[in-house]
Each structure stands twice: as structure tokens, then as C-alpha cells.
Design a binder for this molecule. Structure first.
Ligand code: 5AD
Ligand code: SF4
Length: 439
């Protein structure tokens, strides 16, 4: 057998890209590639890119520039750009960076083996179609390998919401849900390979509407069916939209023990005027009502959110509404960003807020969020959480993992094994991290 070629994939952006990178590695595995941890000895480098905010795309271009020396040293090295920058820029990437051999958008990864062959034959290849077929079904399957205890599983992709600032509807395309049977088969396969926790992924995962037995299934029904898989201990899902938080999904948070008490539910702004300008189609009060109902179902639910400051037209009063909403909710985790104009989106045409003002608001918002994130773990000292032990820790005999609430936790116990869920009594807590003793 020929010596395997080496594939280095660098992944930017969201968890869906992490999942896609794994699928691309499997697909190219069928073309004779094994993955490597370093770009230096690679025969193919793939950058799986993100376009959601400005710096992400710029980072890709500067990263590409750095491969010049590698390509000079190894003329057989092939360089590819995948993901949302690939989709948005297409062949423009090749004009701007002649080192690039291959550009592949997020919906055509199943064509990667053929593109690789074309590139090996000396060509350059670009494919940014939105084909009818499901890329996951047509991906060649690589060797079945054991997996770590936690895995992602994409169930839904794309978005029809068209928030005024967001590129996702353009880069990932219209909303598509994978059929229930495919999702279940993939979950069963993951569990057979050692997975104990699955995070269901979708840009709008709670809008999931997959073909199932007897008709279309929503996310709650899918979760309940997944929960029947015996070896599967934990289910999570991300990212959700407040308008798709249906009754049965809220109920599942209360009565499905495998569904973890953590929810990422972005609101973006607390000002109704800005929410309207963002085309979010909900008010701050609508969002707070959803949160109340979720907490009624599951009082210890930890909430996470996304915020944008400095959206075009945002005044200090609008920003104060965002701070008020944050105070009303109490987030255990949050991501906040300065607005960045994405070409092709409706908001990109509007006059923005000055960068100084946006930076100042971001700092104030982040200070408030950090304060909330300190308070929650402090309240946990002396309490017990369940930690899924995912990796060996840095200290001898230590195992590290995540609590139900997604905090990092660690402990030491000679009887514990990776994949176990250990009860950990918290002896020390910091933002996002818990130290404990396994009990
Ligand atoms: N500018 C700043 N933040 C953005 N996000 C999406 N688009 C933009 C943009 N143009 C943020 C939103 C979203 C998260 C994934 O990224 O908060 O929820
Ligand atoms: Fe983007 Fe809005 Fe769709 Fe989320 S819901 S992916 S922010 S358009």
C-alpha cells in the first residue's frame, strides 16, 4: 500500500465547522489521507473558515500567506480553503492568494475527494454550489475509530431568518433538516464508538423539522428518541432561536433527564427598537417570557447568550436596555461582539456607530457579564456536580471533563475511567472551571 498522505486541517469558528472538519478528514481518509497535527509535514492543508465577523476572514488570508515557505519547500503541498469564507469569496480567494489550489463551500464537502484528485492532477478547483443532495449522506465513510466521550452531530443546517447583520443565510444557505433515521443511525454509531454525550448542531437547531416515522418531527421528539439509546448519557443542542422555542422543547428541559440543563439562547440586544432593526421578529419581553417558562420547567438551567453592541442606530438608551435585559436574565456564560458590517447583508448599507462608542459599550457589557459569571460558580462551592470524564488531565491520575452546566471540572480517583460520569464535590471554583474531588 502507498504511504498515506498527510492532511492538516485548521478549524475556525463554530462547532459546526469542527464537525464538518471531522467529516472532511473522514472523506479524504478514503482518498488515502491521515490527519496530522502540524502543517509542516502536511501534503494537504485545509483551512475550514468562518465568515461571521470581520477578523475571521482576515485571519484566513494572513494564515494563507504564511504557507508560502511550506509550499516552496514542498511543491506537492496542496492548499485548500473550506467553510464560509470559501462560500462568500469563491474564486476571489484564488485571485487574492495564488497559493490556494482548492476552494470548497460548506455544502459540497462530499465532492472533496473528486476535487482532491483534480488538484493532484495539476488543476485548481472551486465548488461553492448549494446542491440538492445531502452532503453528509454522500460523504465516503472512513475507518470506524473509537471516539472520545463527547461528540457533535449536525442535524440541521442553514437559516431562513435573515437577521439584518448575519451572513449565515448566504453562506450556509436555506434551512435544511436531516431525516430522523439518519440522525439516529449516526448517533447509534457514535455511541458504539464510545461516545456518551452528543451535542446536536444546527445554525437554528430548534427549528429542526426532519422527516420521521409518521411525518415531520421537531427537535423535542428527536431528543426523546435519542434519549432511548442506552449508552448515551447526555444530550445538548446549539444554537437556538427564541422564536423556535416550542412548548414541547421547553417541557423536555423539565422531564428528559438526559437533556442537560444548559441552553445557548442568543438575544443579540435588549432594545425593541434595535431588535426590530435587526429583523429578529421578537421583543425583549418575548425573550424574557421564554426564559421564564424554561426556568419554570428546569429551575437550575444555565443560560448562555450572544450579544452585538454598536449595531447601526444603537443609542445609549438602547444599550441600557441590553444591560437591563442581561441583569434580568443572569447569564452563566455569554459571547459578546462589536457589530461588524458583513458585505451583502442589509445592515451593511446602514451607517454604523463609531468604533470608540462600540468599544466602550462592549467593555461595559463584558464587565457585567463577567460579574454574573463569577457569582454563579461561587454559589457552587461545596456542592456536587456530575462530570463526564473526557480527557486525562495534566497532573498524574487526574481526569478532566465537563459538568452538566458545561463548566470544566477535574478530579482524581484511581477507579474512574474516561467516559465515566463522576460525581464531583466542588472544592474550588473559578469562572468556567471547577476543581473537585470525585466522590
Ligand atoms: N457582527 C457582529 N457579530 C455578529 N454575529 C453574527 N453576525 C455578526 C456581525 N455581523 C454574532 C451574533 C451571533 C454570533 C454567532 O455571532 O451574536 O449570534
Ligand atoms: Fe444568523 Fe439570525 Fe440565522 Fe442566527 S437566526 S444564523 S443570527 S440569520
Amino acid at each position: 500500500m502507498a504511504e498515506p498522505k498527510k492532511l492538516f486541517i485548521k478549524t475556525y469558528g463554530c462547532q459546526m465547522n469542527v464537525y464538518d472538519s471531522e467529516r472532511m478528514a473522514e472523506a479524504l481518509g478514503a482518498s488515502g489521507y491521515v490527519t496530522t497535527q502540524s502543517a509542516d509535514d502536511a501534503d494537504m492543508i485545509l483551512l475550514n473558515t468562518c465568515h461571521i465577523r470581520e477578523k475571521a476572514a482576515e485571519k484566513v488570508y494572513s494564515e494563507l500567506g504564511r504557507f508560502k515557505a511550506l509550499k516552496a519547500a514542498n511543491p506537492d503541498l496542496k492548499i485548500g480553503v473550506a467553510g464560509c469564507v470559501a462560500q462568500a469569496e469563491g474564486a476571489e480567494i484564488m485571485r487574492r492568494q495564488p497559493l490556494v489550489d482548492l476552494v470548497v463551500g460548506p455544502q459540497t464537502y462530499h465532492r472533496l475527494p473528486a476535487m482532491e484528485a483534480a488538484v493532484r492532477a495539476g488543476g485548481r478547483a472551486v465548488d461553492t454550489d448549494f446542491p440538492e443532495e445531502d452532503k453528509f449522506d454522500h460523504l465516503p465513510k472512513g475507518p470506524r475509530a473509537m471516539r472520545g466521550p463527547s461528540a457533535f452531530l449536525t442535524v440541521q443546517e442553514g437559516c431562513d431568518k435573515f437577521c439584518a447583520f448575519c451572513v449565515v443565510p448566504y453562506t450556509r444557505g436555506a434551512e435544511v433538516s436531516r431525516p430522523v433515521a439518519r440522525v439516529l443511525a449516526e448517533a447509534e454509531d457514535l455511541v458504539a464508538r464510545g461516545v456518551r454525550e452528543i451535542t446536536l448542531l444546527g445554525q437554528n437547531v430548534n427549528a429542526y423539522h426532519g422527516d420521521g416515522v409518521g411525518g415531520v418531527w421537531g427537535l423535542a421528539r428527536l431528543i426523546r428518541e435519542l434519549a432511548r439509546i442506552e449508552g448515551l448519557k447526555r444530550i445538548r443542542f446549539t444554537t437556538s432561536h427564541p422564536n423556535d422555542m416550542e412548548d414541547d422543547l421547553i417541557a423536555a428541559h423539565g422531564d428528559e433527564p438526559k437533556l442537560m440543563p444548559y441552553l445557548h439562547l442568543p438575544v443579540q440586544s435588549g432594545s425593541d427598537r434595535i431588535l426590530k432593526a435587526m429583523n429578529r421578529k421578537h421583543t425583549a419581553a418575548d425573550y424574557l417570557r421564554v426564559i421564564d417558562r424554561l426556568r419554570a420547567a428546569r429551575p437550575d438551567l444555565l443560560l448562555s447568550g450572544d450579544f452585538i453592541v454598536g449595531f447601526p442606530g444603537e443609542t445609549e438608551a438602547d444599550f441600557q436596555d441590553t444591560l437591563a435585559l442581561v441583569r434580568a436574565v443572569g447569564y452563566g456564560q455569554a459571547y459578546s461582539f462589536k457589530y461588524s458590517a458583513r458585505p451583502g447583508t442589509p445592515a451593511a448599507e446602514r451607517a454604523g456607530v463609531s468604533d470608540d462608542v462600540a468599544s466602550d459599550r462592549l467593555a461595559r457589557l463584558q464587565a457585567l457579564l463577567a460579574e454574573q459569571q463569577r457569582e454563579i460558580p461561587e454559589a457552587m462551592d461545596g456542592r456536587e456536580v456530575s462530570v463526564l470524564l473526557e480527557n486525562p488531565g495534566r497532573m498524574g491520575g487526574q481526569l478532566v471533563g465537563k459538568s452538566e452546566y458545561l463548566e470544566a471540572g477535574h478530579g482524581t480517583d484511581p477507579r474512574a475511567q474516561l467516559g465515566d460520569i463522576g460525581r464531583v464535590r466542588i472544592v474550588e471554583s473559578g469562572p468556567n472551571s471547577l476543581a473537585g474531588v470525585l466522590v
